[in-house]
Design a protein around this ligand. Structure first.
Ligand code: ADP
Ligand code: MG
Length: 620
């Protein structure tokens, strides 16, 4: 007999389970049944692929027994089982970074927190919400020795060698005094139906029922042993769509996602022909916690002819669809597919392509509140998709949404185009990090005046890279307003005239600013601001930022052009200014404040502040 200490994090988790997370205790059944089902999946696969197990006459089954006298519940499976090392690794420690992020993610809201249990792969420990003592008696397939893992959910556990005939795992749960509700066959059955109805293996309930024999005074009531199947035990996705109701899909989603939430939407497709496969996908209402973590978990399970193969293959769908939950079941893949084969398998590539299209088409069809919800949760990853997935770019461009200078809320390209100038066929946008800065950008002034809609793209670190890679939406071209001439009513000749008139001024400013700007010129795009900076669109680097980003290279800076507004009093006064010192200060202030309006930094912040103070003093 060996006593062990639980890993510190597990100790923390156990305390949490027993003291805080008790609003939704019933889920321990879902978690244990799900573990049993996983273990049966694994053995099922071994039996089909490993000569050693071919002979065994076996079919997967889960048994739940209720013992009222003993105040206990037993959940048993004939799956893969565990050896001593597995027990230590899987139940005594948490290998995955799961627990830590779990403990960090807790919100204090018990209902929400208990939904996190499944998401973080800490399901087994939920049993301590209801039990005072737990024993795991288990034997690994192909091995001789069985073991018992016992704990009362405090800091320690014990592992002892025991005897057990068949491979698989029995979990003995001694219920706490006040958890007797789980001794009721009805209650347990209800929970199984709610969360585990479409687990692919039969879940058998064993219990005792009062049976009365005889009549009147002779009547005797005896406890009689009974067995009943508690679940439908069909892999839901194999059923014809016409046999399934929305509730069935939702119920299955709950068992897949280990949660209580309904999905935003789902899609179920059977493809027949040269290749046969079935897919069932769900889009969760809220994005998974690890959506932006490098070590995110896949939520898609791969089956071959209903045999579970893996839930850890991130290549099954494009990475930008990593929030999708569901199942792929192929009729054509060999059962003994290895990881390497999966990587470059043509059958799988074909399924992936088909699935991606179907998922995007479903998202595109979302309406009203659902569509808004989707955008709120997933707009950013759709932008990743635009960048990565050229095959489906058109579909992705129909889904993505942006803020707008003229409309409330979020708009699609289609919305924009329906309002836009269909002769010119141009979509204007401005991209940056800060919505407020973008909306107040001097570059927008001319568009506001001309009542032209501009898309405001303010997703940090994404839009500035993704937007230039879009190029076209249908026949419409995307134009970054920081790189093009503004709309105005002046003719080329008039502009030429103004430029000549102020040439000595712009030359003088350029002289002061030197290499910090590529050019200084007059502009007609401004109304209330004296100056603005724009990117040089003739520079070969402009618009190539996304290519550098894609290659993982630092993005080179594009040279800036300073434009001044000849109708602004400040520029007109500057044109006549005699004091050369003051002129130089003003030239720098024009550049630095224009940069600030675009969310850029002045080259020398303290020099900027000093100059402003100097000029202000002069003015006072
Ligand atoms: P998860 O199922 O997300 O991995 P759990 O806390 O539910 O997390 O289970 C931890 C691990 O313990 C499982 O991954 C599995 O390796 C092992 N395990 C739990 N229950 C069983 C079982 N009935 N049969 C075999 N292994 C099991
Ligand atoms: Mg589990």
């Amino acid at each position: 007999m060996a006593k062990h200490q639980f890993q510190t994090e597990i100790g923390q988790l156990l305390k949490l389970m027993t003291h805080s997370l008790y609003s939704n205790k019933e889920i321990f059944i879902r978690e244990l049944v799900s573990n049993s089902s996983d273990a049966i999946d694994k053995f099922n696969y071994m039996q089909l692929t490993d000569e050693k197990f071919k002979e065994e006459n076996w079919s997967g089954q889960i048994n739940i027994s209720i013992d009222e006298e003993d105040n206990s519940l037993t959940i048993a499976d004939n799956g893969l089982g565990m050896n001593e090392e597995d027990l230590m690794n899987n139940l005594g420690t948490i290998a995955k970074s799961g627990t830590k992020s779990f403990v960090e993610s807790l919100t204090g809201d018990a209902k929400k927190d208990s939904n996190l249990i499944g998401q973080f792969g800490v399901g087994f420990y939920s049993v301590f919400m209801v039990s005072e003592h737990v024993e795991v008696i288990t034997k690994k397939a192909g091995e001789e020795q069985a073991y018992k893992f016992a704990t009362d959910g405090t800091g320690e556990f014990e592992i002892t060698p025991v005897t057990k005939e068949a491979h698989g795992t029995v979990i003995y749960i001694k219920l706490k005094e006040d958890e007797k509700e789980f001794l009721s066959k009805w209650r347990v059955q209800e929970v199984v139906k709610k969360y585990s109805n479409h687990i692919a293996y039969p879940i058998m309930m064993h219990f005792k029922e009062d049976v009365t024999e005889g009549e009147g005074d002779d009547a005797v009531t005896k406890k009689v042993k009974k067995t009943e199947q508690a679940n439908a035990a069909t892999a839901l996705w194999t059923l014809p769509k016409s046999d399934l109701k929305k509730e069935d899909y939702i119920e299955f989603y709950k068992s897949l996602s280990h949660g209580d939430d309904e999905p935003l939407t789902y899609l179920h497709n059977k493809v027949e022909g040269a290749q046969e496969f079935t897919t069932l996908f769900y889009i969760p209402k809220t994005a998974p916690m690890d959506l932006y973590r490098a070590d995110y978990q896949s939520h898609v399970k791969l089956y071959v002819k209903r045999v579970f193969i893996t839930d850890d293959d991130k290549e099954l769908l494009p990475t930008y669809l990593r929030f999708v939950n569901g199942i792929i079941d192929s009729e054509d893949l060999p059962l003994n597919v290895s990881r390497e084969i999966l990587q470059e398998n043509r059958i799988l590539a074909n399924i992936k392509q088909n699935a991606t299209k179907k998922i995007l088409q479903t998202i595109k069809k979302l309406k009203g509140e659902d569509s808004e919800l989707f955008t709120e949760q997933y707009n950013k990853v759709i932008k990743e998709g635009i960048f990565q997935d050229h095959t489906n770019k058109d579909l992705l461009l129909d889904i993505v949404k942006y803020k707008s200078s003229t409309e409330d809320g979020m708009v699609t390209f289609e919305d924009y185009v329906s309002r836009g100038n269909s002769e010119k066929k141009e979509i204007y946008y401005i991209a940056g990090e800060d919505e407020k800065v973008l909306r107040n950008s001097p570059l927008l002034e001319a568009y506001k005046k001309a009542n032209i809609e501009v898309l405001i793209m303010d997703d940090k670190e994404i839009d500035e890279i993704v937007a230039p890679s879009i190029g076209q939406y249908k026949e419409w071209s995307l134009k970054d307003i920081t790189t093009i001439d503004a709309p105005d009513s002046k003719t080329e000749e008039e502009k030429e005239e103004i430029s000549k008139e102020f040439k000595s001024l712009t030359d003088k400013i350029k002289e002061v600013l030197g290499e910090d700007v590529k050019e200084v010129k007059t502009t007609t795009r401004l109304t209330s601001s004296p100056s603005c900076v724009v990117k040089d669109s003739s520079d070969p680097m402009a618009g190539m930022a996304h290519m550098f980003a894609q290659m993982g290279q630092p993005v080179p800076e594009t040279p800036l052009i300073l434009e001044v507004n000849p109708e602004h009093a400040m520029i007109q006064k500057l044109d006549k200014l005699e004091n050369q010192d003051l002129f130089a200060d003003m030239a720098w202030i024009l550049l630095d404040s224009a940069k600030l309006s675009e969310g850029l930094e002045p080259k020398d912040k303290s020099a900027f502040a000093l100059r402003v103070a100097k000029v202000a003093t002069e003015a006072l």
